[in-house]
Design a protein around this ligand. Sequence first.
Ligand code: NAD
Ligand code: UDP
Length: 341
Amino acid sequence: MEKGKVLVTGAAGYIGTHTAVKLINAGFGVVVVDNLSNSELSAIEGVREITGREIPFVQADCNDRAALEEVFRAHEFCGVIHFAASKAVGESVEQPLLYYGNNLGSFVTVLELMKEYGVPNIVFSSSATVYGQPDVLPATETTPRKPATSPYGNTKQICEDILRDSVAAYEGLNGIALRYFNPIGAHPSALIGELPKGVPNNLVPFITQTAAGVRECLSIFGDDYNTGDGTALRDYIDVVDLAKAHVVAVERMVGGDMKEQYEIFNIGTGRPVSVLELVRTFEKVNGVAVPYKIVGRRAGDVEAVWADTTLANTELGWKAERSLDETLRSAWKWEKHLRGL
Ligand code: NAD
Ligand code: UDP
C-alpha cells in the first residue's frame, strides 16, 4: 500500500531526481512539478528507469498559481518537498530580481496552496550558505546565521523565515528546513546525476569535466587559507545520502514525530575536506588525472564550513553512509555516462 503522495517541486533537478527515487523505493507516491528551466525531461526518464515506475510529471512553473492549483486539485498530498529554485550564486548577483522573484515567489505560492488545500507538511531545501563563515566550527543548527553575501543566499534565509512564520501562524502546518552542505556524486546506476549548464561553478562537476577532457585545467581558488594545506574546507555530502534525509524528514512529519512544528537540520557528513584532498582522492579512486593550477581566491568564498550533524543523527535517525571514495567514483561514472566514455 502506498504510504501517501508527495508533491516534489523541482524534481527534474539534481537533488530532486535522487529524492524521487528514494521516496518511491520507500513506498511513497510521487508527483513531479518542474518548469525544466535548469533540467531536462530525460532526468525524469532516468527516475522511471531506476524505479520501474511511471511518475506523474507536470511541466509547470511554481510561480504559475493556476497551473499549480490544478495539481493540488487533482491529488491529495501528505506533504511537499520544495526543491524548485534558481541556484547560481554569481547569476543571482547579476540578476537579483530573477532570484527573489523565482525563489521567494514559488515558495509563497506553494505555501498558499498548501494552506488552501489543507496539505500539512513541507520540507524546504535550505543551505549551509546561511551560516556564512561561522565563528565556531562545526556549525550547529543554533549557530547564528551571517548576513547573506549574495541574493541567492538571501533567498534561503528569507525562505527559512517565511516557513518559520507561516508555521507559527497557520494551524496544522509543519515545516522542516534541511540545510544541505555540499551535495556531490550521483546515483550508482549513473542513470541520474548533476547536469550543469555551461561552465560548472561547483567543484566536483568541474573536476569530472576536466578529467573527461571537456575542460583543460581546474582552477583551485586560493591556497593561502588558514587550513592544513591552505585550500578551503567544505563538508561534501553524497547526493544519495542527502536524498534519504528527505524521506526520513517526510516520514517524521507524516508519522507525527516532530518535536516542534518547525525544525531545522544540518545535512552533511561532519567531516571537513580540503579542495586539494578532494582532487587527490578523485584522482586516486578513479585512476585519472585532473590537471589543476592554483589561482586567487574566489570572491564571496568562505574559508571553512562543515556540519555538526548530531541533531540529524539523533533526532532524524539519519546519518551519511557513503564514503568519499564511493561518492567520487559515482561522480566519475556519471560523467563518463554523459560523455559516452
Ligand atoms: P537543480 O537546478 O538541479 O534543480 C532545481 C530544479 O527546479 C530544476 O529542475 C529547475 O528546472 C526547477 N525549477 C527552478 N525554478 C522553478 C520554478 N519556478 N518552477 C518549477 N521548477 C523550477 O538544483 P539542485 O542542485 O537539485 O537544488 C535543489 C534545491 O536545493 C534548490 O532549492 C537549491 O537551492 C538547493 N540547494 C542546492 C545545493 C547544491 O549545491 N546543489 C546546496 C544547497 C541547497
Ligand atoms: N572551487 C575551486 N575551483 C572550482 C570550483 C570550486 O577551487 O572550479 C572551490 C571553492 O572555492 C570552494 C570549494 O571548491 O572552496 C567548493 O566550491 P563549490 O562552488 O562547489 O561550493 P560552495 O562551497 O562554494 O557552495
